[in-house]
Design a protein around this ligand. Structure first.
Ligand code: TTP
Length: 186
């Protein structure tokens, strides 16, 4: 049995895109970074925590495979999670404006015998945004529920001239990496 431990509709769509069938269960864990925790260990810890929370719920673990993931944005040393409200979204977008940041997704694949954990980094360039562009974008509602307050797969595509690395990693799952991890257990 393969379970995606995530509430993210993007992750569901991405896994479906590569032809996988799976169940979905939401882990719902505390995503607060620890004091002075760096971004890579942070996303790996959360991915593993999400996978472990769902794994623990199942009595029959012998054939259970659970995938947990966490996406965060790192800009100028600051970890940007999902915005709390519209003002927070605008603050994040002002920070991202006119510079390159990293989108980091941690993934954890848990079975009864092992837990593989990895993190993938994609560099994302954002054009210089005007106050009006930021206000108009925030008003669409798209930033809510997304790390760094934008969706590259949505309207924010027009603010992103180039990326370096895996596109799907920015949307929420590094598909080639996840697929390679799954190959090792099949
Ligand atoms: C940067 C970026 C993030 N995102 C999304 C992917 C993730 O859903 C979200 C980051 O939040 P996460 O905490 O990684 O995931 P989630 O809360 O949506 O779901 P769960 O914790 O249950 O797995 O941001 C985009 O959709 N597009 C983007 O361009």
């Amino acid at each position: 049995m393969f379970i995606l431990a995530s509430a993210s509709p993007r992750r569901r769509e991405l896994l479906t895109q590569i032809g996988l069938t799976f169940d979905v269960e939401v882990a719902d864990i505390d995503e607060t970074p620890q004091l002075a925790e760096a971004a890579l260990p942070y996303v790996k810890r959360l991915a593993e925590h999400k996978a472990a929370a769902v794994f623990a719920r199942h009595p029959n673990k012998a054939r259970l495979v659970v995938l947990g993931a966490d996406t965060t944005v790192l800009c100028d040393g600051q970890i940007l999670g999902k915005p709390e409200d519209e003002a927070d979204a605008a603050r994040m977008l002002r920070l991202l404006s006119g510079r390159t940041h990293q989108v980091i997704t941690g993934v954890a694949l848990m079975t009864a015998t092992a837990c593989q954990v990895a993190a993938e980094v994609t560099e994302v360039e954002v054009i210089a945004l005007t106050d009006k562009q930021i206000a108009d974008y925030v008003a669409t509602g798209e930033p809510m529920g997304k790390a760094g307050a934008y969706g590259i797969q949505g309207r924010a595509a027009r603010f992103i001239p180039r990326i370096e690395g895996c596109y799907f990693n920015v949307v929420g799952l590094p598909l080639a990496r996840v697929s390679a991890m799954l190959e090792t257990i099949r």
